[in-house]
Design a protein around this ligand. Structure first.
Ligand SMILES: CC(C)(COP(=O)(O)OP(=O)(O)OC[C@H]1O[C@@H](n2cnc3c(N)ncnc32)[C@H](O)[C@@H]1OP(=O)(O)O)[C@@H](O)C(=O)NCCC(=O)NCCS
Length: 305
């Protein structure tokens, strides 16, 4: 098929379902609500390639304005049979054109770093494991006692704590995360000060903890145990800086986790527990990123810590 039949155009709201279906086929585990939100934030930041004869959309890419003159490139994807024909590059270039003079950040899957470098995102920022892990604990067979955390009933309660973790102002997006989450948990120290919190979102593969922060081992354990008690059969998605080996060790007590650099594939083990390694790249300066204390980051499309 001649590539000239493909027209690069802005995405429309009604294209989001198809975009999301592409994302699901890659097992990216992002809910449609997240796509809707990103599009609402940056309606001019999304482009696609459409076959002008059949009107089939075959490639997508977008970027979301996250404030402070920064944008995050999200979900760059081409229908599998049509990859490698140069059209994806045209689509992402259109996106980047839209965000000229912005600092661009991208979360690159393993093996794609060079492609993003060629597009100008040369700075290595940090690496994370996206864990999709299956709990070992189950509500029925786990008799051991654990402390119940407080439920997070007002998102305003964590704003002050969140500001310590994330230098960007992100109250609005946190409010949205809270509103669209299933449940929220907050952990406190003996003085009653918040030292961790998590929001539980439903995702295509189970639940995602985003955001999820714990500053101490106790707060990490208490939040995890409460989440696992309330959502015992769900696969849990957590995002963890690769350097944070200590937290990974604790997570391994609660979850089956296989660390591998492979993408989610058909040969994934039966006892599904996957880690997708990925690299954050940027076009300009470095971020200060606390790799050891951050347990998990706000849903990656909105996270710059
Ligand atoms: C990454 C992707 C969106 C590129 O789209 P595309 O339409 O193939 O883009 P292009 O043809 O312009 O090629 C761009 C780059 O993609 C890579 N690529 C090309 N053909 C590919 C193929 N068949 N399979 C995988 N990657 C390929 C190459 O690195 C290429 O770089 P080059 O220009 O130096 O050759 C597409 O390969 C894809 O959907 N991959 C799966 C989803 C994914 O990994 N997205 C990025 C997540 S960070």
């Amino acid at each position: 098929m001649a590539e000239s039949v493909f027209e690069i155009r802005r995405l429309k709201k009604e294209d989001l379902a198809k975009y999301h279906a592409f994302s699901d086929a890659e097992v990216w585990n992002v809910g449609i609500d997240v796509y809707e939100k990103m599009f609402e934030i940056s309606p001019n930041g999304f482009f696609c390639a459409e076959n002008s004869e059949t009107h089939e959309i075959v490639r997508f890419c977008g970027a979301v304005d996250i404030g402070d003159n920064r944008a995050i490139v999200v979900s760059f994807i081409t229908k599998p049979l049509l990859r490698g024909r140069g059209i994806g590059t045209r689509v992402i270039k259109k996106v980047l054109e839209q965000f000229q003079n912005y600092e661009i950040i991208v979360n690159s899957a393993v093996g794609r770093e060079k492609m993003y470098e060629r597009l100008g995102m040369k700075k290595f920022l940090y690496q994370t494991n996206q864990l999709i892990c299956r709990p070992k604990m189950s509500k029925n067979n786990e008799k051991r006692k654990f402390s119940r955390t407080d439920l997070l009933l007002e998102i305003d309660d964590v704003f002050e704590f969140d500001q310590k973790i994330c230098k960007s102002e992100r109250k609005n997006i946190l409010k949205w995360f809270f509103k669209t989450s299933e449940k929220g948990y907050v952990a406190k120290n003996e003085k009653g000060e918040i030292n961790g919190y998590a929001l539980v979102r439903k995702t295509p593969l189970g639940i995602s903890l985003s955001p999820f922060y714990a500053q101490t081992e106790t707060s990490l354990r208490v939040i995890l145990e409460n989440v696992l008690f309330d959502f015992p059969t769900c696969d849990v998605q957590i995002c963890l800086p690769i350097e944070n080996k200590f937290t990974l060790k604790i997570l391994e007590e609660y979850f089956h986790i296989k660390i591998s650099s492979c993408c989610v594939s058909k040969d994934a083990p039966e006892n599904l527990a996957l880690s997708l390694t990925n690299t954050w790249l940027g076009s300009k300066e470095d971020f200060e990123f606390e790799k050891s204390s951050v347990v998990s980051i706000l849903d990656f499309h909105f996270a710059v810590c």
